[in-house]
Design a protein around this ligand. Structure first.
Ligand SMILES: [Zn+2]
Ligand SMILES: [Zn+2]
Length: 132
């Protein structure tokens, strides 16, 4: 991905911009990501909060990841669009949902995680590296 990018929610209430490249990007097939996205996996990239500006009325709720980590899931309080997550496993990082990007084609998945929770109808490009 480029080192400058921006994104927003469906209604435009929340927008964000970053001035640094993501640290990593992934597909995740855990049950939590399936529920949040309403489909078989999430597409996410992690950026440092200090390099990111977020505008708008962000709402959030806490949950426990399959890994046992504490996760905060942030979404738009107006349209409900999932935006990003934070996790106790990676303080200072924001893990954004890739389709919120103004240019989602910038997203380059580096790995697939939690493939053991995959649904039989959710297939992932076999060239994406598997990591557990
Ligand atoms: Zn919105
Ligand atoms: Zn997940």
């Amino acid at each position: 991905m480029t080192d400058k990018f921006s994104g927003r929610c469906s209604c435009g209430e929340i927008s964000y911009g970053s001035t640094a490249k993501p640290k990593f990007s992934l597909f995740c097939q855990c049950r939590q990501c399936q529920r949040i996205t309403g489909t078989g996996h999430s597409a996410q990239f992690a950026i440092e909060a200090k390099n990111t500006t977020i505008k708008g009325n962000v709402k959030s709720y806490g949950l426990t990841a399959d890994s046992g980590n504490d996760v905060i899931a942030a979404f738009c309080g107006t349209c409900g669009n999932p935006m990003y997550k934070t996790t106790s496993a990676m303080p200072g990082m924001l893990v954004f949902h890739a389709a919120t990007l103004d240019n989602p084609a910038l997203f380059e998945p580096q790995m697939l995680v939690n493939a053991s929770s995959a649904q039989p109808w959710d297939s992932i490009d076999p060239t994406v590296k598997r990591a557990e």
